[in-house]
Each structure stands twice: as structure tokens, then as C-alpha cells.
Unconditional design. Structure first.
Length: 307
């Protein structure tokens, strides 16, 4: 029996050491979550414009092209659920905030809370940004170990990035996401059906997220903060392949929010002919050049409509 215990110990000790190493990595390495939290509490606590949204905003709105001091608090697969929590967490510590930009993607209004994209991210929002995240249960063991939130292979890949870059944040100090020519897809037409299938949930139930947007708008209104709802540019073939009824309902909801709230404007760039195929790096994300164009347009819109 003693020999059996020794074998078990020999097996468990390496497993424990690997777990401990990954846990320490997630607790102390800079990530996009820790970096954005730090910047919002220090260098950008005097931000006048705050950008919220998913990767369409992260890689599509560059604060360096805004006249007002702007910070991009968007993140990959960030849902309106977390947009609201970020707003609630930081709004009172941003005394000079004048405008909040909320980007709305095709799937944003029908997206459910605790969706597939939140499977592991919710723990990082809670522990690395200090957000209140009710969808994380106190009985969930992953709530107490970030090393258990992701697949081992993904953790190893992040460790490799950290070894090469010295960080896994991969965002600029103003929150804008880092990307280069390697991210540009050569054949956008080929990936359109794949991305459409990925984004289509077939739901027209927007009630929950519409109410969430209204709550965010009301929160901003109480502090004399304007809200700009933006549909970001898309590859035209991708946009044309999306469900017409859903696209129409998105526009209807956003127009209603804008018309019924004096502090809200709606900017639809999803069919804006100022953007060409070269401005898109794939079906629904902008290149750095496309982001510069979009950022200048959004900045001009804010300066014209919110002064």
C-alpha cells in the first residue's frame, strides 16, 4: 500500500507544480484585463470618451484619432453584459467622462448572458478587473483557480506568447488592440459563410439586451453623459448574407433608443460606402487603416452632435 501511495504522489506532484505555475502566471502576468483596469484607474482616469464593445471595437476604434481624451475598454467577445458591468464599475471614477460609445454587432442584441464566449472570460473580468459578475457561482471551483478556466493547450500557447513578448495584454496604452498584416485574410469571400454561421443564432428576441442598453443610457443620462450607439463597418458580402429581418430590427431598436433618449445618437457604419474591401481584414474586423478611417468618422460625429 505504501508503494501505491508513493506512485500516486509521484504522479500528483508534477500535476500540482504545473497547476501552480499556470495559476501564478494568470495571477501576475499582464493581460488585456489587468492592463485596461490599470489604465482606467491611473493614466485615463480623466478620459472624456469611453469605448465599449467586442473585438469590432477593440480593433476598430483607435483613441489616438479622437480630439477628446479617449480610452478603448472593448475586448474580444465582450458582450453587453460586461459592457454594462464595466460602465457601472468605472463611471464614478471618471469625473470628466462626456461620451460613451457602445458598438452593436449583428449578434449583440440577441446574445444571451453567460454565453459560450463567456465560458472562461467571466472569471478574468471578475478577478483581473474587479467586476461584479453574478453569473460566476461561489460554488464554482474555477472561481478560485484561473488555471482551471482554460484548456491546458491554450494556457501553454499564452505562456509562449508571454515568453516572446513579455506580456499577453497585446493592447496599446489607450486600449486599442494590436494587430498587423499577418491578421489580414487573403480570401474574405471564402470565410463569409463560416462567419455568418458562427454569428447567426436565429433569434429576434432583443428584449433583455434592449432593456440593458436603456439602463446604461439612463445611468449615463443621470451624470450628463452622452451615448453613441455604433454599428461598425463590415465586409459587404458578409453583411448581405445576414438575415434581413434581423438587420432591420437592429436598426429599428437603435433608432428608437436614439429618438426616445435626448442623450443618445445612432451611427450606422455597416453599409457606409466610404469603406472599401481594403479596410477590412476579414468579414467583420477592420485593418489598422480601416480603424483610422472609422475613428476619424466617429470623432467628427461626436464633435458635431454632442457639442
Amino acid at each position: 500500500m505504501k508503494r501505491l501511495y508513493n506512485y500516486i504522489a509521484l504522479f500528483l506532484i508534477p500535476v500540482f507544480l504545473v497547476w501552480l505555475g499556470i495559476e501564478l502566471f494568470y495571477r501576475f502576468a499582464d493581460t488585456a484585463y489587468t492592463e485596461k483596469d490599470k489604465q482606467l484607474r491611473t493614466e485615463y482616469k480623466n478620459a472624456e470618451v469611453l469605448v465599449l464593445g467586442n473585438s469590432h471595437a477593440l480593433f476598430g476604434i483607435d483613441p489616438s484619432y479622437f480630439e477628446a481624451r479617449t480610452f478603448n475598454a472593448a475586448n474580444i467577445s465582450q458582450t453587453l453584459y460586461f459592457d454594462e458591468r464595466i460602465l457601472n464599475t468605472y463611471i464614478d471614477s471618471l469625473p470628466e467622462l462626456e461620451t460613451v460609445i457602445v458598438t452593436i454587432s449583428y449578434f449583440s442584441l440577441s446574445q444571451k448572458d453567460n454565453s459560450l464566449g463567456d465560458t472562461w472570460r467571466k472569471y478574468f473580468y471578475k478577478h483581473q478587473m474587479g467586476l461584479d459578475v453574478p453569473i460566476v457561482s461561489n460554488w464554482d471551483v474555477r472561481n478560485y483557480s484561473l488555471a482551471l478556466t482554460r484548456r491546458f493547450r491554450k494556457s501553454v500557447e499564452l505562456l509562449q506568447v508571454y515568453a516572446e513578448e513579455g506580456t499577453v495584454a497585446l493592447v496599446k496604452p489607450n486600449g486599442y488592440g494590436l494587430q498587423d498584416e499577418r491578421d489580414i485574410v487573403a480570401d474574405k469571400e471564402a470565410i463569409v459563410p463560416i462567419i455568418v454561421k458562427k454569428h447567426e443564432d436565429g433569434s429576434l428576441d432583443f428584449n433583455h439586451n434592449t432593456n440593458r442598453l436603456q439602463t446604461m443610457i439612463t445611468t449615463c443620462k443621470a451624470r450628463d453623459i452622452n451615448v453613441l450607439l455604433v454599428e461598425m463597418p463590415m465586409y459587404q458580402t458578409y453583411y448581405n448574407a445576414l438575415m434581413p429581418e434581423k438587420k432591420e430590427k437592429i436598426v429599428s431598436v437603435l433608432e428608437h433608443l436614439a429618438s426616445s433618449n435626448p442623450n443618445v445618437q445612432y451611427l450606422k457604419l455597416s453599409e457606409d460606402n466610404r469603406f472599401t474591401d481594403k479596410d477590412l481584414r476579414d468579414a467583420d474586423h477592420l485593418t489598422n487603416e480601416g480603424a483610422a478611417k472609422a475613428s476619424k468618422i466617429i470623432n467628427a460625429f461626436i464633435e458635431e452632435n454632442f457639442q
